[in-house]
Design a protein around this ligand. Sequence first.
Ligand SMILES: C[S@@+](CC[C@H](N)C(=O)[O-])C[C@H]1O[C@@H](n2cnc3c(N)ncnc32)[C@H](O)[C@@H]1O
Length: 186
Amino acid sequence: MRECLWTILRCPITKGALREMDVSEIKELNNRISKGELVHFDRILVKREITAAFVSINGQFVYPVEEGIVILLQNLAIVLDESGLDRTRCFENETKSVQDFYDQVGWQKEDGGLFVDALKFEDVRPVSKDYIHKCHLRVNRHLKPSGKYFLDVASGPIQYPEYLSYSTDFDVRICRAVAQIVLFSL
Ligand SMILES: C[S@@+](CC[C@H](N)C(=O)[O-])C[C@H]1O[C@@H](n2cnc3c(N)ncnc32)[C@H](O)[C@@H]1O
């Protein structure tokens, strides 16, 4: 699993390769975090210590691993080296507003178990339920049935269980939302 991650993971800022940090590097990093020396890319102070992480090959940015998920988020990258950093390009307005919408509104779950995004933009009437369910499953006809990696761009939180059927026979599903990239083994 680790070997395959190394070959496909890329730093979202430098676009270069990443490598896993070793125990002594994590210790040193946590030492700096506890002294309040480090900030994230969006300039927020790093507060939480980490247990595992990937670092860009040039040693500039660190991406923590939390609960087995590599947090490949530009604005949550921990900056080890500020040199040559062009912060003016860190967020385009449109991207930021889409991210804010999904973080604050779209991916909130309502009492009935549906997400606000679905309630706002999809047909969630009971009369459509069976048809929509079949539509979701029909997507399988157009996908490769199995393989190593399944890339789900703009995945959101995998809001319907049918979506999981798309990657049943893949080794790893890679989910990309504005706010995050998550990788998990299937
Ligand atoms: C309408 S939701 C669809 C979610 C999911 N694919 C589904 O069918 O339920 C749109 C998703 O696209 C993501 N998104 C929008 N712009 C994006 C971008 N430039 N890069 C990656 N994800 C993006 C949003 O964060 C949101 O999760």
